[in-house]
Structure formats: C-alpha cells, structure tokens
Design a binder for this molecule. Structure first.
Ligand code: FEO
Ligand code: CA
Ligand code: CA
Length: 740
C-alpha cells in the first residue's frame, strides 16, 4: 500500500515502517562461505506440466527457454500460444492499456450500490451508506463459481461471487472537500470505517459474454470495520482479547487493512489484516499503566508512540464521539478494571490475524484464525494439498525487514473435505490447530523452517519471557525474532505454482537495505542482495532495494523444515547496471519495479506479477506482467561487489526471454495494480485497480482537471470525475484464453 495518513502533511507509507530491531543474522555475516552452484532442479517439471496441461497441448515450459506453449483458441482448430500477445509498452496514460486484441471493462467501483434502494453513486463526496456499497481501495480478489441454480460450482465460468479486500481509503475523495481534521465528524468516520473490510458481490455474464455485477443478489455482502467477528483457534478467550465489547475475549469487531488474500481448498476466503496497528490511538502516559511485556509487544508492532495528539492514530476515529464504536479505536487504558473489561486497552491485540469468510453464505460467521499468527499479514497461499498429509499455508509479513511464515495443520488432508457443505467445520478442522514456522534463508541456497514452539530453547531463552504457546500466536514477530528468522525486503504476495508446487513470494522493496548500513539500516544478504540509489523525476533519490525482487523456494514437504531457494526475478529499470541492479536482464518489454501482487492462473500455469510502485512512476504507471517461470535452481549464482570491499553472492533464476516474460497491462495514473483471479476456463481475468490519482493534493479537489487521475470515468464508467478504485474485467476479443 502507498497510504497517506490524513493527518500527515507529507506523503507517507505505513508499509515503510521499520519495527524490527532484533539482532537476527544476515547471510552476509558469512560472506566468505564457499558457495558452490547448486544442482539444477529441472527434473520432473516437464512430466508434471504435461500431465496437468495435456489437454491444452502444452509443448514446452521453463524459465530461460525460448520455447512457447500453446493452448486451444476459441476453436480447437486454432490453438493459441501462451504469451503470444504483443507486450504493452510502459505508459503514463490515464487508462486501461491492454494488448492488441484484448478488451478491458470496469465494474464494482468504489461506491457502487450492492442493493436495491441504495441511491446511484454521485461521486462528488456527498454519498453515504457505504455499508451497502462497494468499499474503497480494492486489493486481493478471489473467484468463487456459482451454478445456474445458485450453488457452489468450482467449474462455472459464467456466474460467480467475487470476494475482495478494501485495504484502506482515499479520504480526500470520500468527502466533499476532503476530510475534516480532528475532532472527526461522526458522519465522516462512519463513511471511512464502512469503506474498509470486504465486499462479496455476485457477477454474471451478459448476453454479449461480458461479466457485470448483480445488484441485490442474496449473496452480496459487506464486512466493514464494525462487523462482529469471532476470535477462533488457540488464542480465543485469551486475556489480551478481553474488551468492553467482549468481556470473555471471544469476539471483536471489524477486519482492517485487508491486503492480499487467498482461497482455501474447501472454497472459502482467507483474508488478511496488514497495517492495522496504526488505526489505534494510544494516549500519552499509557505505557506507564501497562506491563513491560505489553509495552514490548506494542513497540515491536509499531505502536510504541504515545502522545496526546489525535494524529497519533491514522484516521482519528476515536475523536468522532463518545459512542462505543468510536471509542474502541482508543487502545489506551482508560478504565479501572484489572482485566480490561471496561475499556479498549486490548482492542489492538484483537487485530493482525488471518480471517476466514464463507462467501457462499451472506450470514456466515467471520472468524479470525489465531493459529496462523499475528503480524502484518499480506496474503495466504496453500501448498498443493496431498491426501493424508498436513496442509501448509504460506504467508508474508509486509513491513521492512520482516519474515516469511508457514502454518502446518495438525489435521491431515481428506480430499472429501474439499466439497463439504459444512465449510465452517472444515475451516475449524484445518485452521484452528497446527504448528507455526518462520523462514531462515541460508546463503548456500538452503533454508529452514524454525518452529515457534514454547519449548524451543531460543524461545525459552528470549528476554520477552514467553509464558505459554498461545503467546506465539499473539506476539508472533517477537517469537520469530527469538528463533533467528531472516529479515526480508518486505514480503508481499506468495503463491504456489499449480504443478511444481514451488512457492513464489514478492519482496516489494526496502528503503533501509544497505551495503554499508548505519543505525537501523539492514545489511545486504544472499536472499536480499541489492542496495543502490535511483533518481525519480530528476530530483527524488530512492535508496536501498529500490525495485524489489521475487524469491522462489521449493519446500521439501508440507510438514518438512527444509527448503531450497533462489531469486526468480529482480525488478529493475531496463537500462540499469546489469552487474548490480538489472540482474535478470529485463528488457523494455519486461522491466518493472516493486512487485507486490503475484498469482498463478490454474488454467494455464502462468505467473502474473503486479506492481505497487512509486520509484518508476516518472516513466510508467503500475502494471501487470505475465510470465512462464522455470524452477528453483534453473539459473546461476551472481556476486555483487560493492564499494568498500563488500561482496554478496546470490542465486539468480534463469533470465527471462522475450517469450517467457511480457508486460500485459498498464493501469491508470497513480494506481496500484492488484488482486487477480480468472474464470476456470481461463477466458476472463479480473484484476483490481487501487487508488488511481492517489497523489492528488487536497487543494485541487474542486478542479477535476488537476486530479492525478480521472479513472474510471475517463473510460466511460460512472458519474463524476473523482478517481475510484474498481475491478477490471479483461477478455480476448476472439474469445480465446487470456494470456495468449
Ligand atoms: Fe498492502 Fe503489503 O501491501
Ligand atoms: Ca504494497
Ligand atoms: Ca500488497
């Protein structure tokens, strides 16, 4: 996210917070380690891919290869080549830029009514009732097929539910003249709280074969910052969840800052709570009322700042009135109880979890799955389920120098559960009990999953003083520090290759990475090897890992503790230094910066890379690229020699060719391209465009000609000229598979 705190005077990004002051080692601590090139792990891919895609006549696949793959066209007689489209050029155009032969349409924009009786969206800052409208800042997006009779149908390509996250908001565009400073009017706070959370919306193909939204579908649903939610799993009922709202610590309200998401094998949504910490106000002096342990946890999750300013919280909702729904945003100790049952001192501890929602039931109970840990959850991806084996869920914690996690279920996978009608029970079975691990990436290309277990010597020795296993799930970052996890360059989306089962995880960027760090800056290492400076627009200088990279790893087994890794791609500007920056040799048709969203399409095995970038914004808007990846170890090692004698050896995946990586879409001005799903037939793709025009200054709100973007009205969608987040539907004009 590139978020602007409404009380801040400058453009700030909560993702850029650095809260990890642990002394965990970096690979470069052992720079003289003798590294040998690992064996190439290509074996098996061809067979697996051929088995999966045999009906699609896949002829070849693999990173670094010029070989193309083909899938059937609209008729069996006209097969089409994967990545056969002409690459879209970098552009600053305020529109949807798709390849020749493709079309893009817009639906489900911020504010669109989901129910009858809700007034049409005026898009002038006067709209209200967002708990009945699509929320703001669209992010993760998943497709849940529906049959003609309205039942779950995983094979339906004509009718479905789309479930999406609303990560945060654009306050300037939601109010007539932008947000009122604190104390916030209750009417404005209500709008902003309701614009957060989730939307579930039915979509259906029209007579022309194009998807559109179904207003008033019985499946349509909004989850907001106020929706009642159950705490589930091992931490349910914990003393740190006791609030005035839930004196037994079993419930809370709202899911906030939902970033990426994931889909369970049983057909539900796993959605994430990412940068939730800053939503809460903490009063000056509060630390004097709390235990050292609680204060240490606040500090490790970025809420150690206490002062009297309302700007202490991101949107200042605690200033909107004395009503409970506003006061719960004040996570200070204000009551006299010993257990917190008379205030919201613990509300902050109820946030930061993975959340499960069943989209097929508009009244289903939403649950926070505490066993999957509490951190800045980016998204979730399941390893390929194997009958009789545990399920693995992979997750990143998106802040600078944070970690990669794996949850392993205690229950063994029963394939019959995939189609169970009792999805709530299946979720309880697999997600409420298991082991939580964090990743250490070794500089020889191996890696280890370190269990967060109360009995482990490193946890026992931790100065934090962990008292029981449940604390692993609440103070997860601190437990991960203790066991020696590897600090990464902001782990964003992770997804699993549909046939190889290898994991791909974006490291979007890290402005604190350095080859010669000072203060809290972090030293380059094998898995995060780059630190350099880049000039944007001739003036702004960005430093660190400016353009981000994509780490790839092969897990030995769902429950295993060993893996192998390399770097699939390094983001870079095409003209940048090939020895230190453009290590993947990206060309003008391929270059990108700050990979964030990443997803594989099941229909064809393509890997889609989405950007949330500001470093390259002087040249191009954010984008979506399509790739045919290889496998871990298909490339080589590279040594980066920095001034001062510092050298780092990393592992670079095979360089992409012109036919294995191409830019597919460029979004409107000042947007992030995020969220991606497809119909099972692969012939419709849905993506989300978040915060077009996000740099629009408040001073020009009355003059649309000065907005940073006028999308989507500029492409003919909706009233008004204010930019809005929305879902984009992409199809090939000849009806063929998307990505060919
Ligand atoms: Fe919400 Fe990690 O981007
Ligand atoms: Ca991001
Ligand atoms: Ca993201």
């Amino acid at each position: 996210m590139n978020d602007r705190a409404i009380n801040a005077t400058a453009f700030t990004d909560p993702d850029d917070l650095e809260n990890n002051v642990s002394n965990n080692r970096h690979f470069s601590d052992v720079l003289d380690a003798g590294l040998s090139r690992r064996g190439v792990l290509r074996g098996g891919l061809g067979g697996a891919m051929a088995a999966m895609f045999a009906p699609l006549a896949l002829t070849a696949c693999g990173g670094g290869s010029d070989a193309a793959a083909v899938v059937p066209g609209p008729t069996a007689a006209a097969p089409e080549t994967l990545l056969g489209f002409a690459a879209v050029a970098k552009t600053l155009a305020d529109t949807n830029s798709v390849p020749v032969g493709y079309s893009a349409s817009v639906m489900l924009a911020c504010g669109d009514p989901l129910f009858t009786g809700v007034p049409a969206y005026r898009n002038d800052g006067t709209d209200t009732g967002y708990d009945q409208r699509v929320g703001d800042n669209h992010d993760g997006l998943q497709y849940f097929g529906l049959s003609a009779s309205g039942q779950r149908d995983d094979n339906s390509s004509s009718r479905a539910l789309l479930a999406m996250n609303h990560e945060y908001i654009q306050p300037l565009m939601l109010h007539v003249s932008g947000p009122t400073p604190s104390p916030r009017p209750a009417s404005e706070a209500d709008i902003e709280i309701d614009c957060h959370g989730l939307t579930v919306a039915e979509v259906i193909k029209d007579a022309a074969g194009v998807f559109g939204a179904v207003v008033n579908s019985p499946f349509n649903r909004r989850v907001t910052g106020n929706t009642p939610i159950e705490m589930s799993g091992p931490a349910r009922g914990n003393a740190l969840f006791v609030t005035r709202y839930s004196t037994d610590g079993t419930r809370t309200r709202g899911t906030m800052n939902n970033c990426g998401n994931g889909k369970t094998p049983w057909g539900t949504l796993l959605t994430t709570e990412e940068n939730w910490s800053g939503y809460f106000f903490r009063a000056a002096g509060d630390q004097n009322l709390r235990t050292a342990k609680v204060n240490a946890s606040f500090a490790r999750y970025g809420r150690n700042v206490t002062d009297t300013s309302a700007a202490n919280s991101r949107y200042g909702w605690q200033t909107a009135g004395t009503e409970d729904k506003y006061q719960r945003w004040n996570t200070s100790q204000t009551g006299t109880s010993l257990d917190g049952s008379d205030d919201y001192r613990h509300e902050w501890f109820c946030q930061g979890f993975m959340v499960e929602l069943d989209p097929y039931n508009a009244t289903s109970v939403v649950k926070k799955r505490t066993a999957l840990g509490r951190f800045a959850h980016e998204n979730a991806a399941f390893g390929l389920p194997e009958a009789g084996k545990p399920l693995a869920v992979y997750m990143g914690c998106d802040s600078q120098n944070e970690y990669v996690y794996k949850f392993v279920s205690t229950a063994l996978w029963n394939p019959a559960d995939a189609t169970s009608a009792d999805r709530a029970a299946v979720g309880d079975k697999y997600l409420d009990d298991g082991k939580l691990y964090v990743a250490r990436f070794n500089d020889d290309g191996s890696g280890e999953w370190l269990e967060l277990n109360i009995a482990s010597p490193a946890i026992v020795a931790s100065s934090f003083g962990f008292s029981d296993q449940v604390e692993m799930y609440i103070h997860t970052r601190i437990a991960a520090d203790a066991v020696g996890a590897t600090k990464m360059d902001r782990p964003e989306w992770v997804d699993v290759h549909p046939t190889t089962g290898e994991l791909y995880i974006t490291m979007t960027n890290n402005s604190s990475r350095r080859s010669a760090p000072t203060g809290t800056q972090t030293l380059v290492d094998a898995a995060n090897p780059r630190a350099y400076s880049d000039v944007r627009g001739g003036t702004t200088v960005n430093s660190g890992n400016v353009n981000g990279h994509i780490v790839r790893f092969k897990d030995a087994s769902p429950e295993g503790t060993a893996f192998n890794w390399d770097v699939y791609l390094f983001g870079a500007e095409a003209g940048s230094n090939p020895a230190l920056i453009n290590l993947s040799g990206l060309t003008d048709d391929q270059d990108f910066s700050s990979p964030d969203g990443l997803a594989f399409t099941q229909s064809n095995g393509l890997c889609w890379i989405q950007t949330d970038d500001s470093a390259y914004r002087d040249v191009t808007n954010c984008m979506l690229l399509a790739s045919i990846p290889g496998t871990v170890g298909d490339g080589t090692t590279a040594t980066l020699n920095y001034s001062g004698g510092v050298a780092v050896t990393t592992r670079v995946g095979a360089r992409p060719s012109a036919s294995t990586l191409k830019r597919f879409y460029v979004g409107p001005s000042e947007c992030e391209v995020t969220g991606l799903c497809e119909t099972p037939d692969g012939r419709t793709m849905f993506i989300n465009v978040q915060h077009p025009g996000e740099e629009t200054p408040a001073s020009v709100i009355a003059d649309p000609s000065q907005y940073g973007s006028q999308w989507p009205s500029i492409v003919g969608y909706g009233a008004g000229s204010r930019p809005r987040s929305a879902t984009v539907v992409i199809t090939k004009n000849n009806g063929g598979p998307v990505g060919t």
